[in-house]
Design a protein around this ligand. Sequence first.
Ligand SMILES: C[S@@+](CC[C@H](N)C(=O)[O-])C[C@H]1O[C@@H](n2cnc3c(N)ncnc32)[C@H](O)[C@@H]1O
Length: 267
Amino acid sequence: MDNSLEGLNLHDPAVEELKLWYETTEDKETKERLLKILQMHIKRDCYSINLNTPVTPVRQEILQFTNTNNWELLAQQKVTQYRLSPNMASGEWAGQVLKMLVSMQKAKTVIEIGMFTGFASLSMAEALPADGQLFACDIEPYLEKSGRSFFDKSPHGKKITVKIGPALETLKTLAKEGVKADFIFIDADKSGYVDYFKSALDNNILAPRGTIAFDNIYWFGEPYLQKGCENTVMARVQKAIIDDPRVEQVLLPVRDGIALVRRVEDI
Ligand SMILES: C[S@@+](CC[C@H](N)C(=O)[O-])C[C@H]1O[C@@H](n2cnc3c(N)ncnc32)[C@H](O)[C@@H]1O
């Protein structure tokens, strides 16, 4: 019997719990049934990913680099301030969702808060028109060079401008420059999400009829499972959105969850 769990998506804590049970149970029948259930999860994800339009070769290269680069060494040598890791990249499925959303939005200007290796940046840039622009914001100078090396291989890379610095400062600068974004993807430090959201609305960086997408809205189950969950970082993000009468929201259970938020008058 094939007992591989390769490709199991552990963003859902219920799946993680099943995996733990599978690994620790000594009852043969229970173990077999748990393996079958876990493999059903893998098959469902594979089915979806295989039917999604494949990512372009340059985006494939970005994923390869993301998965093989020695992030630990870079952090040890202080090339990066933080210990970055491959699972920070949004991945094929979320990347395709973002590309589709940018296309449906007919966006001309996109802001991505938290670029990392640029996988989502290029996914979204591929859906922009030739004169479209995407501002990819990150705090790590190292990522500008690595991102650019891939963007320059793609005909869509010229639409991407990398902005290095704390994203809240970058947003203020973009606001002063009069940038209005049709689509904003928030995917940097989770403790900054509320400020990014408020800045986008208060400073009208979000263009009329624009959309904000927040990644990791389930944060591995933290906002709905932890004790005193109303104080967790993602619960505070949710409170800020729900309490804001200017917007409507929907959650998409893709990977670790994506929230879509738009102004009430634009719905
Ligand atoms: C989850 S990763 C982004 C993944 C990327 N959006 C993707 O889909 O592939 C988060 C990124 O946010 C960056 N970051 C963390 N704090 C930041 C801040 N205050 N301002 C700007 N970027 C920040 C990190 O350096 C990291 O590259």
